[in-house]
Design a protein around this ligand. Structure first.
Ligand code: 3HC
Ligand code: NAI
Length: 655
């Protein structure tokens, strides 16, 4: 078998090229190839320096994650990198694309680093439940300031070439041709001599014990039960405080221990699950409609967010509202969202102006006539939606794809309001639509493969994670969420209070509990939905009246100053409210339920088993294609803790 690592020598410089598509991951063969390359170069007296580069679109993006579920195979990465560092000749890493995890560790084991202007460098191991495992905790704090090192290992966020240069992670940015500039750099080093290996340099800073314990406490509080951020901080501390050989041993032990942990298995599962939600096999060859002009109907919370997402992806957007005032408001809303992205540094002034120039808000549907795809985000009301679809059917091009962003309603019924239901599908975004990664693609009964393929293509353009769902009340996500929300209300009737349910959920790793979330998004819309469904609700179905009674008092959540919690003037979070407690106690009494204390574990067990039962129904009915799609939906759309892998993973499901 040919090695994925090749060496070619010219003018005393060995060009070592790693070619292991798609992302040059450090598989066993690559590790072996690098080790062999060092040995060959060290033995060849015609070689005075080496340049390490990668074929394809990226530098090494890390260890091969697929190998993590199996026993480690020799040669081990830390040893390979020590061999590079100990080479007789200086090695220059030429970084294109992304140098991530073991890839950045490899670059740091070289004696110098040069990067393409667009390169990104990071240690994302924390997101896989790990810590850098091949000297990253030792070499990084010897190159960059302590705060940069802490941020990189504990958040996993990569930095760009300019930041890397400013922080000392790299030495040069290529001006023209990366490999040619790296060769020139190697020639300079032949003249000036090999720089001191990074692990032999002193750490940039050596803070006191208290510094570490304070940071650890703060990080633990933020990590919601995920172990890897604190482990990464501790590994970095070892890398700074221990003698290098001991630090290397401690790092390896920590890495291997975490690699076998349940959290790492969950995060690894999520990594592949998110990359495995795309088109079903039977649609691989279907050509989507090319997307240039897109349309949105309704410029409220969701319409403005969807328009912004499409503008940020470079598309042209026409938005239709009910009248001139509403169109003006929509324009302000979109400009405000784009401005928010600009203020967060995600958009330059020029890109902001360009995005806004591709946006037009209209006061009628006529402006949508030339769009390739139109997404409606009008009020959640079937009559309004059907009118919108029949109007779109009349005005839009006959091949245009028409989509609904409805949360719960039957899109088949909307499709039947058009003359051609094959072009109608659901595109269910999550709020805020320009930020949230999840996009549920709803497959209506008659939708054509082309329309569906266009939905997948849109997800790709928007860099969102598409999950295919069938039509049902609430699709995959809201349906499961509604089921467990209902169960939480039963838990209240049986003995718990809202803050106890929320505390149990936060203890499990949710950012917020279900009641705090409801107060934040408002209770009125769900109340209206319940009232709409009341006439068809089976009489024997268990139904909690607590939420209705809270709404009857005009308590619609934060926006009205009270909901499940009270929000006194200036309060950052809700306070348990005796009024709500009274309602709950009255409801228990009315139902003849003897209240009993429920532990956090019991509450979480109830929530998980309800989610899992509904998820199994969703699978049995063919609404979701596979269990991991459900996990991707709950993690990315509903705050299910990623390090728990999703409800199906928690139930023991493995791909
Ligand atoms: N190992 C194995 N496969 C990987 C991989 C890795 N490290 N990184 C990406 N892939 C695969 C993906 O699964 C995908 O496969 P598919 O085409 O069969 O679905 C393919 O490469 C392309 O990946 P993306 O779809 O994610 O492509 P993008 O262009 O959107 O992103 C990327 C590229 C930024 C490199 C992104 O894939 C990424 O972030 N990868 C993970 C990087 C990472 O976490 N590295 C650290 C690994 S842990 C480590 O190094 C331990 C060390 O300290 C010892
Ligand atoms: P919203 O009330 O903020 O906005 C609706 C907008 O539609 C208003 O600006 C209104 O003027 C406009 N509109 C109403 N009828 C119209 C018509 N006939 N023609 C043109 N414009 C019209 O509502 P929101 O929250 O943006 O929700 C919109 C849709 O998105 C609903 O179906 C909702 O269920 C769904 N959704 C909402 C989410 C959320 O978090 N708010 C999340 C995901 C989906």
């Amino acid at each position: 078998m040919t090695s994925p690592v090749t060496v070619s020598i010219a003018d005393g410089v060995a060009l070592v090229t790693i070619d292991n598509p798609p992302v040059n991951a450090l598989s066993q063969a690559v590790r072996q190839g690098i080790e062999d390359a060092v040995n060959a170069i060290d033995a060849d007296q015609n070689v005075d320096a080496a340049v390490l580069t990668c074929a394809g679109r990226t530098f090494v993006a890390g260890a091969d994650i697929k190998e993590f579920g199996q026993p480690p195979q020799q040669p081990y990465l830390p040893d390979v990198l020590s061999t590079v560092e100990a080479s007789r000749v200086p090695w220059v890493a030429a970084i294109n694309g992304s140098a991530l995890g073991g890839g950045l560790e490899l670059a740091m084991s070289c004696h110098a680093r040069i990067a393409a202007p667009g390169a990104k460098m990071g240690l994302p191991e924390v997101n896989l439940g790990l810590v850098p495992g091949a000297g990253g905790n030792i070499r990084l704090p010897r190159l960059v300031p302590l705060e940069t090192a802490i941020t990189m290992v504990t958040t996993g966020k990569p930095i760009g070439a300019n930041d890397a240069l400013e922080n000392g992670l790299i030495d040069r940015i290529a001006e023209d041709d990366l490999v040619a500039d790296a060769r020139a750099y190697a020639a300079d080093l032949i003249q000036s001599g090999k720089p001191t290996p990074v692990s032999e340099r002193p750490p940039k800073e050596t803070p006191e014990k208290e510094f570490w314990s304070d940071r650890e406490k703060a990080l633990a509080a933020k990590s919601r039960g995920q172990a890897s951020p604190v482990e990464a901080l501790q590994a970095l501390r070892d890398g700074i405080e221990l003698p290098v050989p001991e630090a290397a041993e401690a790092e390896r032990d920590r890495f291997l221990r975490l690699r076998g942990s349940e959290q790492a298995a969950a995060l690894r599962y999520m990594f592949f699950a998110e990359r495995n939600t795309g088109r079903p096999d039977d649609m691989r060859d279907v050509e989507p409609l090319p997307l240039k002009r897109t349309g949105v109907v309704g410029g409220g919370t969701m319409g403005a967010g969807i328009a912004t997402a499409m503008l940020l992806a470079g598309l042209r957007v026409d938005l239709a509202e009910r009248d001139a005032d509403a169109a003006e408001n929509a324009r302000d809303r979109v400009a405000g969202l784009l401005d928010g992205s600009r203020k967060r540094g995600l958009l330059s002034d020029a890109a902001y102006t360009d995005a806004l120039s591709r946006f037009t808000a209209h006061e009628s549907f006529e402006g949508l006539a030339e769009c390739d795809l139109v997404i409606e985000a009008v009020f959640e009301d079937m009559a309004v939606k059907k009118d919108v679809f029949s109007e779109l059917d009349r005005i839009c091009r006959k091949d245009a794809v028409l989509a609904s962003n409805t949360s719960y309603l039957d899109i088949n019924e909307m499709a039947r309001a058009t003359g051609d239901p094959t072009r109608v599908l659901g595109l269910h975004f999550f709020s805020p639509a320009h930020i949230m990664k999840l996009l549920e693609l709803v497959r209506t009964d008659d939708v054509s493969p082309k329309a569906l393929a266009t939905g997948f293509a849109l997800a790709k353009t928007l860099r969102k994670i598409p999950v295919l769902s069938g039509v049902c009340d609430g699709f995959i996500g809201n349906r499961i969420m509604s089921a467990y929300r209902r169960e939480c209300d039963f838990i209240l009737e049986e003995g718990a209070l809202p803050h106890e349910v929320d505390a149990a959920m936060q203890g499990y790793g949710f950012a917020m509990g279900i009641y705090a979330v409801q107060d934040m998004s408002g209770l009125d819309i769900a109340w209206a939905t319940r009232k709409r469904r009341a006439p068809t609700r089976p009489a024997e179905e268990r139904y909690s009246r607590i939420a209705d009674r809270i709404c009857e008092l005009g308590r619609f959540g934060r926006k009205t100053g009270s909901g499940w919690y009270a929000y006194p003037e200036g309060a950052k979070s809700g306070r348990p409210d005796p009024v709500v407690e009274q309602i709950i106690l009255e409801e228990s009494e009315r139902l003849g339920i003897e209240r009993k204390q429920l532990s956090s574990d019991e509450i979480i067990d109830r929530i998980l088993s309800t989610m899992q039962a509904e998820a199994r129904a969703v699978l049995d009915e063919g609404i979701a294609l596979k269990p991991s799609d459900i996990d991707v939906t709950l993690v990315n759309g509903f705050g299910f803790p990623r390090h728990r892998g999703g409800p199906m993973f928690a139930a023991g499901y493995r791909d």
